[in-house]
Design a protein around this ligand. Structure first.
Ligand SMILES: NC(=O)c1ccc[n+]([C@@H]2O[C@H](COP(=O)([O-])OP(=O)(O)OC[C@H]3O[C@@H](n4cnc5c(N)ncnc54)[C@H](OP(=O)(O)O)[C@@H]3O)[C@@H](O)[C@H]2O)c1
Length: 163
C-alpha cells in the first residue's frame, strides 16, 4: 500500500515529550517502514534552534530514551533529513500564516495536497487557542479532491474548538 505524502507538525517540538516519546516513536515507524515515502516532521516552538542543532538534540533523546537504538549511524541520518524546526509563537497570527504558506509550498514541491497532522505537545491551556487559529486561518480545510480522513478529522476538531 502506498501511503499518502504527509506533514507532521509537532507544536511544542522543542519540549520534553517530543524528545522523550514522539520522535523515538516516529523513528521507530521509519525503521519499520510505516512512514510514507514522502514525509516531513516539523517541530515548532518559540526557542530559536537551527535544523542541525534540533536534529542533534533529538538524536540525544533517541539515545537516552528510545527502546531501539539500532542502526542510528545510517538510519537516523536518513530519517532526520526530513525533520525540521521552525521558531514560531503559537499565540501569534503571523505564525499561522507562515504555516499555511509552508504547507502550500511543500504540496507544490511534492505535487500533491498532503495529509497534515498537528500534534499538540503543549500545555493544555494553549490547545483551544491553537485549534481556533488553525480554523480561522483555514489551515484545516480539506483542499484535496478526494478528501482525507486525517484532514477531515482535524477540521472537525478545529471547528469544535472554535465554535
Ligand atoms: N513530558 C512528558 O513525558 C509528558 C507525558 C505525558 C503528557 N505530557 C503532556 O505533554 C504536553 C507537553 O509536555 P512537555 O513535558 O513536553 O512540556 P515542555 O517541555 O514544557 O514543552 C512545552 C513546549 O511548548 C512550547 N511552547 C510553549 N508556549 C509556546 C508558544 N506560545 N508558542 C510556541 N510554542 C510554545 C515550548 O517551546 P518554547 O519554550 O521553545 O516556546 C515547548 O516546546 C503537556 O500538556 C504535558 O502535560 C508530557
Amino acid at each position: 500500500m502506498t501511503l499518502h505524502p504527509t506533514i507532521v507538525f509537532i507544536f511544542g517540538g522543542s519540549g520534553d515529550l517530543t524528545n522523550r516519546k514522539l520522535i523515538p516513536a516516529l523513528y521507530n515507524l521509519y525503521l519499520d517502514r510505516f512512514l510514507p515515502e514522502k514525509y516531513t516532521v516539523v517541530g515548532i516552538g518559540r526557542t530559536p534552534i537551527s535544523d542541525e542543532d534540533y536534529r542533534n538534540n533529538l538524536l540525544t533523546g533517541v539515545r537516552d530514551f528510545s527502546r531501539r537504538k539500532d542502526q542510528l549511524d545510517v538510519k537516523w541520518t536518513e530519517f532526520a533529513q526530513n525533520v525540521h524546526y521552525q521558531s514560531r509563537d503559537l499565540k501569534d497570527d503571523n505564525s499561522y500564516r507562515g504555516i499555511f504558506e509552508w504547507i502550500e509550498q511543500k504540496g507544490a514541491e511534492w505535487g500533491v495536497v498532503p495529509n497534515v497532522i498537528f500534534y499538540l505537545s503543549v500545555a493544555p491551556q494553549l490547545a483551544p487557542g491553537i485549534a481556533t487559529k488553525l480554523h480561522q486561518h483555514k489551515i484545516c480545510e480539506d483542499r484535496s479532491a478526494q478528501g482525507s480522513f486525517l484532514k477531515n478529522l482535524s477540521d472537525t476538531i478545529c471547528k469544535a474548538h472554535a465554535s
